[in-house]
Design a protein around this ligand. Structure first.
Ligand code: TRP
Ligand code: ZN
Length: 492
């Protein structure tokens, strides 16, 4: 999260303006203003997310997480998380998210800090105000808990047959490390996992080293591009580990690390498909935004796959569409990340649309045929159309069909309206211009309007914000969209 101008910088600006306006103030006397030392403030305990009002803290911006976690057979952990952050103004108090576990010690810039636990909040009071760049170190231990989402799904730390896997969407990251648990505060990560040597340990990004000592192996992973906490992954257990190199566009090669639960076979078809889908996606959406890839494939029993950054997780060997979906998220969701959970359709609508695109290019129906089929099969009163994808009020709707299917149909309706060429330009520009950033739906609408030169306000108002099936597509089958942007068909 970035708000450098909200704190003291904004204050200084207004002071300077005030001085300049003072009657009789010497016009050129500026240099005498001393560097102001702003009074410390307590950081806020919420980022006011529209669906998860309890998550996140304000007043600081995390730059890097260093997580060193030791897993013991039996399911307990002992860990240290080191957070490098920056404060917009000095902080007398700052709040992290942490659920369960016992905190042993907190330091800020090396000095012992006081802390209190309140529900899922860890409130830290530094001995001296934390200012500028500062470091918080939290030592903790215990048996991590599984978080249950508003929709009843499991999230966070999930014990498995041979170890444990942590899946962090939407809020599960707080069950295994203290953090600023909002998608708007991305940071780089170093994760070192130590476990009995017969187990493997996966996380995001590149494997930097793997060393065994006294029967324990430490796996050091580094995620060099910014990552939202909800995309962080940890998987400890018996896995077959497959290492390979993937050739991408422009002669670039990246390492692939794939972890497969032995009982599931070797997942050879999926491991072979992965590079093909990455290259297909680069052609569609532009450069792959990360420097490593791979998969984690296991029977965990959570009932969903997840786009964990660089290395998606699959609950069982995935079908092609699921692999395509999770890889599309690397562009849409992982690199270009919504700042608020209410904009989740920017993830799921895009990844669902990517599935349709891939199918259309691989012998399936065209995206327009798929659109018509879904439109006809779901009458105006169908659950598919409500709530509108960008107007969620209930966090239990986060992973519902309005977000996924209607979200994807919104993009196909947009393509139908603006034409193939502009749609392609728009999807690529969105991924490139917002790479590694945090975004809102309004940013996408603005880019769509800039790309097309059209006012698309009414279109998006209907498709994204208005409950119920958008009207006007009942007989849309008689019109084929023009292949170029030359002519425009309107179907609102
Ligand atoms: N974001 C995941 C995907 O689309 C799905 C997901 C994550 C999910 N958590 C969930 C689905 C909980 C249902 C319930 O790939
Ligand atoms: Zn998804």
């Amino acid at each position: 999260m970035r708000h450098p101008l909200r704190g003291w910088a904004a204050l200084l600006t207004s002071t300077a303006v005030g001085l300049a306006l003072l009657p009789g103030a010497p016009a050129a006397a500026a240099p005498a203003v001393p560097a102001a030392k702003p009074a410390p403030v307590a950081g806020g305990q919420s980022v006011d997310d529209s669906l998860f009002p309890e998550i996140g803290g304000t007043g600081y911006d995390v730059r890097h997480y260093g997580i060193a976690l030791t897993y013991a057979t039996g399911g307990t952990i002992k860990a240290t998380t080191t957070i490098q952050a920056r404060a917009a103004r000095p902080l007398s108090e700052l709040t992290l998210d942490l659920e369960g576990l016992s905190v042993d010690r907190v330091t800020v810039d090396g000095r012992r800090a006081r802390f209190v636990r309140r529900d899922t909040k860890l409130v830290v009071t530094p001995a001296r105000a934390a200012s500028g760049r500062f470091t918080v170190e939290v030592r903790y231990h215990g048996r991590p808990t599984t978080h249950i989402d508003p929709d009843g799904a499991k999230d966070g730390w999930v014990p498995s047959a041979t170890g444990a896997t942590a899946l962090s969407e939407p809020v599960g990251a707080q069950t295994w490390f203290p953090n600023n648990n909002t998608p708007r505060d991305k940071a780089t990560f170093d994760v070192a996992i130590t476990a009995p040597k017969k187990l493997a340990a996966a996380s995001n990004g590149e494997l930097r080293s793997r060393r065994t000592r006294d029967g324990q192996t430490t796996w050091r992973w580094r995620q060099r591009q910014p990552m939202a906490t909800y995309l962080s992954l940890l998987a400890i257990g018996r896995f077959d580990v497959y290492r390979s190199t993937v050739a991408l566009a422009g002669g670039r090669t990246i390492p692939a690390w794939t972890f497969v639960e032995p009982g599931l076979g070797s997942a050879k078809a999926q491991r072979d498909l992965l590079p093909k889908v990455l290259r297909f996606s680069e052609k569609q959406y532009g450069r792959y935004p990360f420097s490593a890839t791979g998969m984690v494939i296991q029977d965990l029993g959570v009932g969903y796959a997840l786009e964990t950054q660089t290395r998606p997780f699959f609950d069982g060997v995935p079908d092609d569409a699921t692999l395509v979906h999770e890889l599309a998220h690397q562009w849409y969701g992982d690199s270009v990340t919504p700042r608020d959970w209410g904009d989740i359709w920017l993830n799921e609508g895009f990844a669902t649309y990517a599935e349709a695109n891939y199918a259309a290019e691989h012998g399936g129906p065209t995206t327009w045929q798929a659109f018509q089929q879904a439109y006809r099969a779901n009458g105006p009163g169908s659950d598919l159309w409500s709530p509108a994808p960008a107007a969620l009020t209930n966090p239990a709707d986060l992973f519902g069909s309005p977000v996924y299917e209607r979200g994807g149909l919104t993009l196909e309706a947009l393509r139908h309206r603006i034409g193939d060429e502009k749609m392609r330009t728009l999807l690529r520009a969105w991924a490139r211009q917002q790479a590694h950033g945090v975004v809102a739906t309004s940013d996408f609408i603005a880019l769509a309007e800039r790309t097309t030169g059209e006012n698309l306000g009414a279109f998006f108002a209907t498709w994204l914000y208005q409950e119920g099936r958008p009207a006007g597509y009942e007989d849309a089958g008689v019109t084929r969209v023009a292949p170029s942007s030359g002519s425009r068909s309107r179907h609102e």
